[in-house]
Design a protein around this ligand. Structure first.
Ligand SMILES: C[S@@+](CC[C@H](N)C(=O)[O-])C[C@H]1O[C@@H](n2cnc3c(N)ncnc32)[C@H](O)[C@@H]1O
Length: 331
């Protein structure tokens, strides 16, 4: 008997079936329309995802990438709070539910799940896709508008994935405050652009002011050491490309890298990484160059050479976004 599919595999299969059911030219033109909308003025005053064609195109084109980004952020968070599993999860601006899938991939099992969004077609398709994930069987898909009147039911974990970008400043603040009031753990993910990073920092500052500690990616909860405008903290998640991606973007690469920025903050006891690798490591002959964000609010470059033995082997395996040093290879 075959082992049951992981949430990641089940999601891939379900989205491939969804894509197979869409007329190719219609799917590609819906994606192009969405890309143009997302490039346009934000915030929006009405849902961008208006009908099933929009939503199916969004799910087939963007959901694999937002799923991988959230999964990666949650994995870093889970390492900082070992042994903890959320019993309840609210995904705000959840759309077709990418973050709910990522939560079940990180912490398998059924829990109390609520997805909130103002776009009914997104919720409807999200519910349909979630039928392939037994852990999402009981999920509630509810209409809600993010704004000053938003209140969230108490829960263990709130996720906000690729949503802040669509909100005006006052609504971003209201959303972060509502999340902080509802749950002891809040994970926010945005595109890995300078503007996405700026929105993450704005949310991080608000969460810290509300008494949260940053569990990931930062090794501390003090101010970010990046001088605004000079750089931006972001990470990368590998995503398999579908035939729709190849059709819209051309080329034949089997994958692409989704860049994202995030903050995972909590009121739970947490052990943030001692330092984090904040760029792709550079592997040279006999040495590895690591750019690190460190506990003492400093960015630094460290060179690990063959003479460091086990630490050198660990550095060769280290990836952008990993904690450093690995727990079994103390510096
Ligand atoms: C880019 S999509 C992200 C969807 C999902 N979280 C993901 O990561 O794939 C942004 C979502 O935010 C929702 N949204 C934007 N503004 C909203 C608002 N004011 N109230 C409720 N939902 C909103 C949109 O309908 C859409 O589903």
């Amino acid at each position: 008997m075959n082992a049951p599919a992981s949430p990641a595999e089940a999601l891939r299969g379900t989205l491939a079936e969804l894509l197979a059911g869409l007329p190719p030219s219609q799917a590609a033109s819906a994606v192009e329309r969405l890309i143009a909308k997302y490039r346009g003025d934000t915030p929006t005053h009405a849902p961008i995802l208006r009908d099933r064609a929009d939503v199916a195109a969004y799910a087939a084109y963007r959901m694999p990438a937002t799923f991988e980004a959230v999964r990666s952020a949650l994995e870093a968070f889970a390492r900082a709070v070992p042994g903890w599993t959320p019993e309840g999860h609210v995904d705000v601006g959840g759309g077709t539910g990418a973050a709910t899938w990522a939560v079940t991939e990180t912490w398998p099992g059924e829990r109390d799940v609520t997805v909130l969004d103002w776009a009914e077609p997104a919720l409807a398709l999200g519910r349909e896709i979630a039928a392939a994930n037994p852990d999402l069987r009981g999920a509630r898909w509810q209409r809600a508008r993010i704004g000053s009147s938003l209140t969230l039911e108490p829960t263990d974990l709130v996720t906000v994935s690729y949503v802040l970008n669509e909100l005006a400043e006052a609504d971003r603040a209201a959303l972060v405050d509502a999340a902080a009031a509802a749950a002891p753990s809040v994970v926010i993910v945005e595109a890995g652009t300078p503007a996405g990073y700026a929105r993450v920092i704005e949310a991080r500052d608000r969460l810290v002011a509300a008494g949260f500690r940053v569990a990931a990616p930062c090794p501390h909860s003090a101010a970010c050491p990046i001088v605004p405008g000079t750089d931006w903290c972001h990470f990368s998640a590998r995503v398999s490309r579908s035939s729709l991606h190849r059709q819209v973007k051309g080329g034949s690469l089997a994958y692409e890298d989704e860049k994202f920025s995030y903050v995972a903050a909590t009121r739970l006891p947490a052990a943030p990484a001692p330092a984090r690798v904040v760029r792709r490591p550079q592997i040279r002959k006999g040495q590895v160059l690591l750019d690190l964000c460190e506990t003492d609010q400093r960015l630094s470059r460290t060179t690990v050479t063959k003479r460091h033995g086990g630490l050198y082997r660990a550095a060769r395996d280290a990836d952008w976004g990993d904690p450093w040093p690995p727990p079994d290879e103390p510096a």
